[in-house]
Design a protein around this ligand. Structure first.
Ligand code: DX5
Ligand code: ZN
Length: 220
């Protein structure tokens, strides 16, 4: 496995200068930019969608990792693809036919991901695991930044890592929620390849670049 990737979540950035905040993370060592699309139905929070993502796309060439927390993600996929998403992740809990939604993402020219919330078992991924470029294990209940890491995620990360390795999959395994330099070591050790960090990056007193470096240092 290569070096761990860090994907700052702009949920904790200053939305009044979102483009600059994304550029700052990219220049500070971000491997991906994580963009949380929330619809106010699947989760009790509302953020932004394709128009905002299209507007900030020109601030960097770093891959855009779009995490869709919406009750009906299928209708959003074409516009998110056009906006410049490199990865689109939908929630297993929100989708009735996961294979079909994954196919929709793939046919829009985007790499598909599936996320599972803390109470969702790894087994829901069975039907699609071999078709994914990204698996996202939520280590907080989706909806808000700044929550504490739920350690029950570690067992799920290990299980998924074993399954991906057993099928020779090169899919990325991302962990989202409550990540900081204090726990990035054990999360990487469990088998994660991408760490999302929102408040630990954009709320860091020493700045974005130092925070990304600290997360990578303990993860390696
Ligand atoms: C939560 C989002 C996360 C969030 C992470 O629903 O999916 O991406 O921004 O924020 P922190 O790192 O503060 O837990
Ligand atoms: Zn997220």
């Amino acid at each position: 496995m290569g070096a761990i990737k860090v994907a700052p979540s702009v949920l904790s950035a200053d939305f009044g200068r979102l483009g600059e905040q994304i550029a700052e993370a990219a220049e500070g060592g971000a491997d991906w930019i994580h963009l949380d699309v929330m619809d106010g139905h699947f989760v009790p929070n509302l953020t932004f969608g394709a128009p905002v993502i299209a507007a900030v796309r020109r601030f960097t060439n770093v891959p855009f990792d779009v995490h869709v927390m919406a009750a009906n993600p299928d209708v959003l996929i074409p516009a998110l693809a056009d906006a410049g998403a490199d990865y689109i992740t939908v929630h297993a809990e929100a989708v009735t036919d996961l294979s079909q939604t994954v196919g929709l993402i793939r046919s829009a020219g985007v790499k598909p991901g599936v996320a599972i919330s803390p109470d969702t078992p790894v087994s829901v991924l069975d039907e699609v695991l071999g078709d994914l470029d990204l698996v996202v294990v939520m280590s907080v209940y989706p909806g808000f930044g700044g929550q504490s890491f739920i350690s029950g995620a570690l067992g799920k990360i290990r299980q998924i890592r074993n399954r991906l390795d057993a099928m020779d999959s090169t899919a990325e395994l991302e962990v989202d929620g409550g990540i900081s330099a204090a726990n990035s070591g054990e999360v990487a050790c469990a088998g994660a390849s991408v760490l999302v960090a929102g408040s630990a990056v954009y709320g860091a007193p020493d700045g974005v670049a130092a925070a990304i470096a600290a997360i990578k240092a303990t993860a390696s």
